[in-house]
Design a binder for this molecule. Structure first.
Ligand code: CAA
Length: 246
């Protein structure tokens, strides 16, 4: 029987690489996408030549508490249990704080932080009952160091790290590890959306002088999902080319 992993935001820049790496490592992946992008989710599935045995598409609005509870409770009934949960879905709405609207603040907090409650809560008890499970939260270098123009995003990503440590304490006895991965600037559409001159100055600050490749983040997920990582919990693993050492 294949182990089962659920990845939120699975067809995104980093999510796509995480899904592929978990499939390559022998997992069956439940790949969630925003219900509004059903068409592009189907195209992504086809383009990657996934089979129904390796990847199952699941519409999930991670900001909708009731939707998540209903949908994930039904999923558990179908699948029996889940071995790995990767909370990856995230957005940016960058702007200087003096210009930030409540909507820009709330959207980022809802998608990046409140989603951890919405998605993890319906699954956690079952993961504890089954034991030997993994929860991996994709945070960011900017949750560790703070970033000009990202008070909303940095707050949400730092919050994810607090959540990771607290839930790690609750899951430890059952063998459920909870860790975070903090990617640096990674070659995805999210980073490509930064103004070119700003991105150049960011790259100049990175000791390795390049962006991360999504597959370099995915490799860290596969490691934390593996049996070899069973004794690592509450940890935040940076994949940032030396941009921030904590
Ligand atoms: N530190 C100090 N000052 C800064 C600064 C910084 N890091 N960045 C910009 N400024 C200053 C500028 O020099 C400028 O000053 P002057 O007015 O004196 O010239 C002023 O702030 C305004 O800057 P902009 O002209 O860039 O203002 P803007 O309103 O057009 O854009 C911004 C503001 C959207 C925040 C833009 O600066 C920006 O995109 N910054 C990058 C934010 C960033 O790194 N986002 C990460 C996205 S990727 C991601 O989030 C994934 C991940 O996890 C890593």
């Amino acid at each position: 029987m294949k182990k089962v992993a659920l990845v939120t935001g699975a067809k995104g820049g980093i999510g796509s690489s995480i899904t592929q790496a978990l499939v390559d490592a022998g997992f069956r992946v439940i790949a969630t996408y925003h219900p509004k992008s059903e068409q592009s989710a189907k195209e992504w599935f086809k383009e990657n030549n996934y089979s129904n045995e390796s990847v199952k598409l699941l519409p999930l609005d991670v900001t909708d508490t009731a939707f998540c509870k209903e949908s994930l409770t039904a999923l558990l009934e179908q699948e029996g249990h889940l071995d790995v949960l990767v909370n990856n879905a995230g957005i940016t709405k960058d702007t200087m704080f003096k210009r930030m609207t409540a909507e820009q603040w709330n959207d980022v907090i809802n998608t990046n932080l409140n989603s951890l409650f919405n998605v993890t809560q319906p699954l956690f008890e079952s993961m504890c009952q089954h034991g030997n499970a993994r929860i991996i939260n994709i945070t960011s270098v900017n949750g560790l160091k703070g970033q000009f123009g990202q008070t909303n995003y940095s707050a949400a990503k730092a919050g994810m790290i607090g959540f990771t440590k607290a839930l790690a304490a609750e899951g430890a006895r059952a063998g459920v590890t909870v860790n975070a991965i903090a990617p640096g600037y990674t070659g995805t559409p999210m980073v490509e959306a930064i103004k070119p001159e700003v991105l150049e100055s960011i790259k100049a600050e990175i000791p390795m002088k390049r962006l991360a490749q999504p597959k370099e983040v995915a490799a860290a997920v596969v490691f934390l999902a593996s049996d070899a990582a069973a004794y690592i919990t509450g940890e935040t693993l940076s994949v940032n080319g030396g941009l921030y050492m904590h």
